[in-house]
Design a protein around this ligand. Structure first.
Ligand code: THU
Length: 139
């Protein structure tokens, strides 16, 4: 958390302590009895609202839903359409990044979003979505 103040101003501005706190909190609701990998995600919308999600697994495995899509779908279903930042975090995997399926979904609604990932000691890495998914599927 303290590391935020040592980041360049342009980056620390978009990464509020509130977003970090919300994502760390959301990990606690993860349901991951199969992989044991708990993930939390939070989207910061342009209006300042934050929507969080955690991964929810299923015994069928393939019906599992990632934290990122849950956070984004919660925001979308509340009518949000403009997004600034997606923060993703897992206590099990340092600097976890969204899977390919999530990248494709995110690119549909927020092609210019900044994806931020962090480790347990709150060090951050910044990845514009366009650098993670260079060629999305487009009809
Ligand atoms: N998972 C996420 O929630 N987000 C990611 O970015 C990658 C993977 C979840 C899905 C599954 O419950 C567990 O992590 C292991 O793949």
């Amino acid at each position: 958390m303290a590391k935020i103040s040592s980041m360049p101003a342009s980056r620390s501005k978009i990464l509020s302590k509130e977003l970090v706190r919300a994502v760390k909190q959301s990990v606690k609701t993860a349901y991951a009895p199969y992989s044991k990998i708990r993930v939390g995600a939070g989207v910061l919308c342009k209006d300042g609202r934050i929507y969080t999600g955690s991964n929810i697994e299923n015994s069928s495995y393939s019906l599992t839903m990632c934290a990122e899509r849950i956070a984004l779908f919660k925001a979308l279903s509340e009518g949000e359409r403009k997004f600034q930042v997606l923060l993703v975090y897992s206590p099990q995997i340092d600097f976890i990044l969204p899977c390919g399926a999530c990248l494709q979904v995110i690119s549909e609604f927020a092609p210019n979003i900044m994806v931020v990932t962090m480790n347990k000691t709150a060090e951050f890495r910044f990845h514009p979505l366009k650098t993670l998914l260079t060629k999305p599927f487009i009809t």
